[in-house]
Design a protein around this ligand. Structure first.
Ligand SMILES: [Zn+2]
Length: 386
């Protein structure tokens, strides 16, 4: 049986010790399940296509009206070249008041902070709401069988959650200075430009797909998307690769390829952008001898949890605990909040994300303690409100 750990630093160190490279949980989910069972949580560990997920619920004996969920992931990105690390990436070494290791920022420390906060609230307070944990081991990978599966499982088992907090690192410089109330959407495009192969000395007998693609990409880059909206930065379109696979110096190749990605705000959707870009491509095709074909992958629509009760409660708890004024943001990459937003209001709040995914990922130990205190105060305030 897992001993209940009171110290969020020690618990973070323990979690870092599980080699949970996505989508492997490395045994960490059993550990967390056993930890929360001692607090009286009912747990359910299940796996889909080799991905493990943990659902856990704690309810007061007297019944409850509302449920607050916490979502997080135990999986981490690979450490990269381990010899470049100053210490073993799975040791959780503490040096100069910082804890080092893969997942120390993203996001085992947030899980540890939340678990200790929960423990303290359950022991110290008269709690009349219910708490749910949705912990996955497939967030850093393709996220197909992680939080999405947990949410499907909720519906199948008549489990309801009313609000959710995601422990991703959202802070900018100080713990609590930024929370995320939405995220931009992400659409990737894969362009194939078909030309006609030929001798480079006789360009008139060929159709150059490289030059044609460059021409199209410059039109794509100058496509005006928007000027931003109330809670979002302007959308941005960026080209990630351009290629021909052509090694010969005297050949105009048959095809060329380019990929791009659009991070878009609430003024667009994957389908509206696809339409817009396709129409640009058809117009280009009419004027050119080469032919463009574009395939798309939508990784997530943009979403916004309108500022309201949940974000107010969190910003107040941050101000009370850390004395920090909190900014509501929608920037950065995607997260599992994009799936949860279909089920209930969701906000994200965690540590300062400076070193996430880097060699020697680390965070200040004091920041983990502060995060635990803020989570605890938030839980306390949530309990008071319901
Ligand atoms: Zn993360």
């Amino acid at each position: 049986m897992t001993k209940l750990i009171d110290d969020p630093i020690f618990l973070t160190k323990k979690l870092i010790g599980f080699r949970s490279i996505t989508p492997d949980d490395g045994g960490s989910l059993e550990f967390i399940a056993s930890f929360v069972e001692q607090l009286g949580f009912q747990t359910r560990l299940f796996s889909t296509k080799g991905v493990k997920n943990l659902f856990a619920r704690w309810s007061p004996k007297s019944g409850f009206k509302r449920t607050l969920a916490f979502n997080g992931h135990v999986d981490v990105v690979p450490p990269g070249k381990e010899s470049l690390w100053n210490s073993d990436p799975f040791s959780g070494d503490i040096k100069d008041a910082r804890i080092f290791g893969r997942g120390s920022v993203d996001m085992k420390s947030a899980i540890a902070a939340f678990l200790v906060a929960l423990k303290e609230i359950i022991v110290e307070e008269d709690v009349n709401c219910s708490f749910v944990l949705l912990i996955t081991s497939d967030e850093e990978g393709n996220a197909e069988y992680g939080t999405k599966e947990l949410l499907k499982w909720l519906v199948k088992n008549d489990e309801v959650i009313n609000e959710c907090i995601v422990g991703e690192p959202t802070s900018s410089k100080l713990v609590g200075d930024t929370i995320k109330i939405g995220r931009r959407g992400s659409l990737s495009g894969f362009i194939l430009c078909k030309g006609k192969q030929g001798h480079i000395a006789y360009p008139e007998k060929a159709v150059n797909p490289v030059e044609d693609l460059i021409d199209f990409l410059s039109k794509l880059k100058s496509l005006k998307l928007d000027d931003g909206s109330k809670f979002f930065e302007p959308s941005s379109l960026n080209i990630s690769t351009i290629d021909t696979n052509n090694k010969a110096l005297n050949v105009i190749p048959e095809n060329s390829y380019a990929n791009f990605n659009v991070r878009f705000n609430d003024q667009h959707s994957c389908s509206s952008l696809t339409k817009k870009i396709d129409s640009l491509a058809s117009k280009h095709n009419e004027e050119s001898n080469a032919t463009l074909e574009i395939k798309y992958k939508c990784s997530g629509e943009s979403f916004l949890t309108e500022p309201g009760q949940l974000s107010d409660l969190l910003t107040t708890s941050i101000k009370e605990t850390a004395g920090v004024d909190c900014k509501l943001s929608t920037g950065g990459g995607t997260s599992d909040a994009r799936f949860i937003r279909d089920y209930c209001p969701v906000v994200e709040f965690g540590l300062v994300g400076d070193t996430m995914h880097q060699i020697n990922e680390n965070t200040k130990v004091d920041d983990i303690v502060m995060l635990k205190q803020i989570y605890k105060n938030f839980l306390k305030n949530y309990n008071k409100k319901v």
